[in-house]
Design a protein around this ligand. Structure first.
Ligand code: ADP
Ligand code: MG
Length: 437
């Protein structure tokens, strides 16, 4: 079996036209960095969700201290973990100069990088990092003590509003995409080894059986009793929670979580830093969110990784359509590729996006799907769903107008297809076709 061993493959590169190469934080430099110097521009590298081995690798370098281990404590088994210890952001190495703050670190099982402009850039960066850390303790499927993990282990749990909201968005996008996006696909993804890193090709019967658990409609919001102590007595109070109505089912927010968190950061910046931040570009793995503008009203630019080429070689550049008027308008660019996380057995490539219809990894001639939208959770879920749909259905879905988004599809021959809304925003270096309404 051949497992892809690159320490993560570049999905997209953010090009900020300021000529300060090498100012993007330690991780992208330590990892197999893209050829940033070639473009003579500062490039923040984004990575897709890393494989478990990669996590260990990255955590092993100097960024290890960036992720304090949550202290384990005995708690009610279905109570969300309490926050404790010094703030996550205390351990970050933040580079602040000339009204700009930059940091790169490991969280959400991936590489995060941030470049924030404005007089309050450093505080905003810290607040964003702390928000990421807090929400990671909610939606991470693997992290010890995370809300989602407790829910998956018990089939029911008291949940924070955020988990309930992310799940309900996942359910909505599942319905809207006719099941192509399926938050309950976890047991199947797990059977292929994508969570443990122990990759395998499951038997057809095993897949069939596990598919019977993939029922997102059986995830229900329900009140759960919370056994809290007060005045020396144990009260049974009802709190918001989630219950699985199919035994053994588990949910996976891997296809939407980073987008959901990006939206929360955008919201926080608009509420708390509207005066202190003028622009920001944040990359959560393959999820990039741009807010506002760079200095002098310049737009952020994001490079689209060429799926067939080395890390950092992009085949097109997208100009982020944020506005310089008023507040920090968000613009998300999210990519899912079949070249980033996969394994091979007997020359067959198995990627981490699963077709919920068959239980098998998607294989339909698409190499990557990029979605742009002002809604990052939507963009995230749609990259996964459109990937499952394949070219024809993806185009049909875009034309249906169900959601407001644009997309860039790259097929396995390296041809780029852009929906017409992106036409004037993309500079392409390869054969390109425009998809019209
Ligand atoms: P990445 O950032 O790794 O590209 P994606 O947004 O493409 O992530 O989502 C892939 C992740 O979503 C997988 O790692 C898996 O956990 C989960 N997943 C796989 N197939 C589906 C699906 N059909 N619907 C929803 N989630 C999926
Ligand atoms: Mg996704």
């Amino acid at each position: 079996m051949k497992v892809k061993s690159l320490t993560g493959v570049l999905l997209a590169a953010i090009l900020a036209l300021s000529g300060c190469v090498g100012n993007v934080g330690t991780i992208s430099e330590k990892k197999e960095s893209p050829a940033v110097d070639d473009v003579q521009e500062e490039t923040v590298v984004t990575e897709p969700e890393s494989e478990p081995e990669q996590s260990a690798e990255v955590a092993g370098d100097e960024t290890a201290e960036a992720e304090p281990e949550p202290e384990e404590e005995e708690e009610d088994e279905d109570e969300p973990e309490e926050e404790q210890g010094p703030p996550f952001s205390d351990s970050l190495e933040i580079n602040t100069a000339d009204g700009k703050s930059v940091a790169a670190f490991y969280a959400l099982d991936t590489v995060i990088s941030m470049t924030i402009y404005g007089p309050e850039s450093e505080n905003a960066l810290k607040a964003a990092a702390d928000l990421i850390d807090r929400l990671d303790r909610v939606i991470s499927p693997q992290r010890e003590g995370s809300e989602l993990r407790i829910l998956n282990e018990n089939g029911n749990a008291i949940c924070s509003d955020e988990l309930i909201e992310a799940v309900s968005l996942g359910q909505e996008y599942g319905k809207a995409t006719d099941g192509a996006f399926n938050i309950a696909i976890y047991p199947v993804v797990d059977a292929w080894g994508f969570f443990s890193g122990e990759y395998r090709v499951p038997e057809a019967e095993e897949i069939e059986e596990l598919l019977t658990l993939a029922r997102p409609e059986d995830v229900k919001e329900a009140e759960r009793p919370s056994k809290e102590w007060s005045n020396g007595r144990r009260n049974s109070k009802l709190k918001k929670g989630i219950v699985f109505e199919t035994e053994g089912m588990k949910i996976d927010l891997g296809g939407i979580g980073k987008g959901y968190i990006a939206d929360k950061i955008a919201l926080m910046f608009n509420e708390d830093y509207a005066d202190g931040v003028t622009g920001a570009v944040i990359s959560l793995g393959g999820n990039i969110i741009c807010l506002g503008k760079k200095p002098e009203g310049k737009s952020f630019k994001v490079g689209l990784q060429d799926p067939g080429k080395a890390v950092g070689e992009y085949l097109a550049v997208i100009t982020a359509a944020t506005s310089s008027e008023g507040n920090l308008t968000p613009y998300s660019i999210v990519t899912s590729g079949n070249y980033e996380r996969f394994f091979e057995v007997d020359g067959v490539k198995y990627t981490h996006i699963i077709d919920p219809e068959t239980g098998y990894p998607v294989e339909n001639g698409l190499a990557s799907v990029t979605v742009t939208s002002d809604d990052s959770a939507l963009a995230d879920a749609l990259t996964t769903a459109l990937f499952v749909m394949g070219y024809d259905k993806a185009v049909e879905f875009w034309r249906s107008g169900t959601y407001d988004f644009e997309m860039a599809l790259i097929d396995e021959n390296g041809k780029l297809y852009l929906t017409e809304g992106l036409k004037d925003q993309v500079k392409s270096y390869v054969q390109t076709e425009i998809i019209t309404r």
